[in-house]
Design a protein around this ligand. Sequence first.
Ligand SMILES: Nc1ncnc2c1ncn2[C@@H]1O[C@H](COP(=O)(O)OP(=O)(O)OP(=O)(O)O)[C@@H](O)[C@H]1O
Ligand SMILES: [Mg+2]
Length: 357
Amino acid sequence: MNDLPAAPDAPDGALLSVRGVDVGYRTGRRSRVTAVHDVSFDLYPGQSMALVGESGCGKTTLGLALLRLLPRTGVVSGGEILFRRKDGTRVDVRTLEKERLRRFRWNEAAMVFQGAMNAFNPVLRIEDHFLDTFRAHERVGGRRPRGEILERSARLLETVRLDPARVLGSFPHELSGGMRQRSLIALALALEPQLLILDEPTTALDILTQRSIVERLTELREELGFAMVFITHDLGLAAELADRVGTMYAGRLIETGTTRDIFHRPRHPYTSALINSVPPVAGDLHVPESLPGGPPGLNALPPGCSFAPRCAHAADACTVTRPELEVLEPRDAGLSHAAACLRSTDTELHAEGVFRD
Ligand SMILES: Nc1ncnc2c1ncn2[C@@H]1O[C@H](COP(=O)(O)OP(=O)(O)OP(=O)(O)O)[C@@H](O)[C@H]1O
Ligand SMILES: [Mg+2]
């Protein structure tokens, strides 16, 4: 049995409790890089959390690790991924054996990747993807009749505003990028998972298609009540879609808080810099402050704070001591504001406006 009693540090109401997760990739016979370090957070039912951060910060690696979808070279080398199943029992996704893992995916948690084309088998029609998904993952009652599955698939496509008559019989390449991405979201929702992980699901799409998918996702989340981890480079999307935001830098979660906390009162200079690097959509035209340099190489992390070499406000101590993620404002349901910065409470920086109020 893989079901665990509720772990003492996983709050009862949490859907997902990630505890001290490390993820590495084997890069050679004896070499390995750690792409995610010591990440912990709780996600509650129905919550939407955006994961933001520059390229290479470990967002996709973390998302894949949560559903054990890492490539063969990827290893979750530490921590726990505790998930509360529909029947109320808690499992550590890390220890699920093959058959239970297969049922966990799609039934309890599903992931939508950026490249919808790659997620579909090019020689199968969309209807075959639905048939396969229902038949492979449904647990009760044996095989549902084909007609019943197609009827259900049609309703799912309608929920993402697609015409089933146009889509079900088509091959993936016969659909536009937006239609494919919507079909993929419908497929991910097929078995009514409690958690949906979306990795840059709209990045390749034009702005209008992006907007309409995002609006529909928000409505669906309200209707169906699933929780969401939304991985994005786009802070505007994060602000719109998420109840809370986690900033990742060099594999670590370095700030987390409600969307309002993060955008109005960031407490990590990296989060501030990310926000300041976005050109405003409206208002005065100003050149966004750029963030010089890039994240450090995974094998060459500086001692102390990984962001210190790029941080305009780093003090001597920042280059020596690695700051822990510290709760600055405690709140229930995973909504505390926490930051990993030695200077996050520094009144001098508040006066300078680095940490805005
Ligand atoms: N299969 C792999 N083998 C070795 N290293 C990998 C592999 N996949 C990712 N990495 C490394 O892990 C780190 C984190 O990558 P990841 O793709 O998770 O970042 P990301 O935040 O999703 O970036 P992006 O915003 O570009 O999608 C990067 O340094 C990347 O080079
Ligand atoms: Mg990624």
